[in-house]
Write a protein of this length. Structure first.
Length: 202
């Protein structure tokens, strides 16, 4: 979710004080527009371009609050500073950037077609300066807009390896919709292993 309201006149410490004071409401009203707007307003007072996601890690488990750069590398220091100032809050994990998840069983509804994220494949190339470029082949029989294709592609990448590594590992990212018969490359679910990325929380 991305909203910016109010003035940039707070510090990370101010935000976390507000968060603690409203923590019970944040849990109780999870998903309600009013609390989402309230969190966004307070976060925007610290930095107008940071976004967030939160929810339960599992039924009956801890809650997780992710502070995100929304995929923009220039915002990485702001995210890291925001999270570094977070206090220990019982029952919560405060993390920087969208975290990777197991792709198995995760699916999206795309114009009436169910897309399993684990069905996406990837191919690699090197740029002129010897950096890594990645192409995601998304098996869809539907014609969709470039904007929707990018939304699906970045969601899949963030889910596979986490937002921080998506921003820092690749010089270029491209997405293409193909039929299953045209699809090539390696499973997206293996991308963390392919890149030899650690399993530690980002």
């Amino acid at each position: 979710m991305k909203l910016w309201l109010g003035k940039r006149n707070s510090s990370p410490e101010d935000f976390w004080k507000w968060f603690i004071a409203n923590e019970s409401r944040i849990r109780a009203e999870a998903g309600n527009r009013s609390i989402l707007v309230g969190i966004a307003k307070e976060l925007a007072r610290v930095h107008p371009d940071l976004v967030f996601e939160y929810g339960m890690t599992s039924p009956g488990g801890d809650w997780i609050f992710e502070v995100s750069a929304d995929g923009v590398p220039d915002r990485i220091p702001a995210v890291q500073r925001m999270v570094s100032k977070a206090p220990k809050i019982p029952g919560w994990r405060i993390v920087a950037f969208r975290q990777p998840v197991d792709l198995a069983g995760i699916s999206l509804e795309v114009e009436g077609t169910r897309l399993e994220l684990a069905s996406i494949t990837c191919q690699f190339a090197q740029t002129e300066d010897q950096r890594l470029a990645i192409l995601l082949q998304i098996p869809l029989n539907k014609v969709i807009s470039e904007q929707e294709l990018m939304r699906i592609g970045f969601l899949a990448l963030d889910s596979a390896i986490g937002e921080y590594d998506v921003m820092t590992q690749f010089a270029a990212v491209e997405f293409v919709a193909v039929t299953p018969e045209e699809q090539q490359g390696q499973p997206l679910a293996q991308l963390r292993e392919i890149l030899k990325l650690s399993e530690k929380e980002q």
